[in-house]
Design a protein around this ligand. Structure first.
Ligand code: MN
Ligand code: MN
Length: 273
């Protein structure tokens, strides 16, 4: 049976500023998902092994390392999925891929509220001269003016430039140090969620390029995903870097988040009681 939720690997890491490696993530997240050490139930009780819940579209194949070409390919691919009323969860790749993915979502939805979970605000106008950097996707999205809201959770690296960018774009930021205020998070428009694995404390998820201590626990992230009021319509899980991982621990974390995200999209859009 065809499912309304699709999972797509987007193995592009050419816009990483510090270390490449996240392009190897998607197959390892799938492997962790199907590991016999766990099962395919979400915490809410949805069986992801049941036909009709989700389909795997495999990975986008990139033929070169020209960022604009890759972004065009990503946007076209994602839009093709979304036009037939399907929901998409993407597996990165570095965080730069969220721009073309979100751009496609905004073409379809018109406007969206965005929940962005990350150690970093990724609001640089450009980083190291690269406007397409994995540190810049939310500057690109916000300057286009189509997103109705950008809410960032887990941030702990704000510098002067990014603080100014956040102010300019009206970004709502829940820094780690202020996390207690998060319990009342609620959205009125459909929600797209972008999850950078480095939002988690490196103790929970060491397989990331940028270790930023003082982060979320896996439990806090899952509670954030399942706890906000609103309708989740799409998501990405990016920046898992297998090169830095131990015993595929972070792949397991990414797979767990994938299960929870699929279950939430299913609950908010498809499940009929
Ligand atoms: Mn990021
Ligand atoms: Mn990050």
């Amino acid at each position: 049976m065809k499912s309304a939720i699709k999972v797509l690997g987007v193995p592009d890491d050419i816009n990483s500023s510090f270390m490449r490696g996240s392009s190897a993530a998607p197959p390892l997240i799938r492997e962790a998902l199907y590991s016999a050490s766990s099962n395919l139930f979400s915490e809410s009780g949805l069986n992801l092994d049941q036909e009709g819940v989700w389909d795997d579209l495999g990975d986008i194949e990139f033929t070169g390392e020209v960022a604009v070409e890759n972004f065009k390919k990503i946007k076209t691919f994602v839009k093709d999925v979304l036009v037939s009323d399907q929901k998409l969860v993407s597996l990165g790749g570095d965080h730069s891929v969220s721009w073309p993915i979100l751009d496609a979502h905004l073409d379809i939805w018109g406007t969206l509220d965005i929940l962005h979970i990350d150690a970093h605000p990724d609001l640089y106008d450009s980083l190291l001269g690269n406007k397409l950097s994995h540190a810049s996707p939310f500057a690109r999205i916000m300057e286009a003016g189509r997103a109705s809201r950008l809410v960032q959770v887990g941030i702990r690296t704000l510098n002067k430039h990014q603080r100014e960018q956040a102010e300019k774009f009206g970004v709502e930021i829940y820094q780690m140090k202020d996390l207690a205020k998060l319990s009342s998070l609620s959205f009125s428009k459909p929600v797209y969620c972008s999850i950078d694995i480095d939002a988690l404390d490196p103790a929970y998820a060491p397989g990331v390029s940028h270790f930023e201590p003082g982060g979320l626990s896996t439990r806090q992230l899952i509670d954030c995903l399942n706890g906000f009021k609103g309708r989740l319509i799409g998501a990405d899980i990016v920046e898992y870097n297998p090169k830095r991982d131990f015993h595929n621990l972070t792949a397991m974390v990414a797979a767990k988040l994938l299960k929870e995200v699929i279950a939430r999209i299913y609950r908010d859009n498809i499940k009929k009681d």
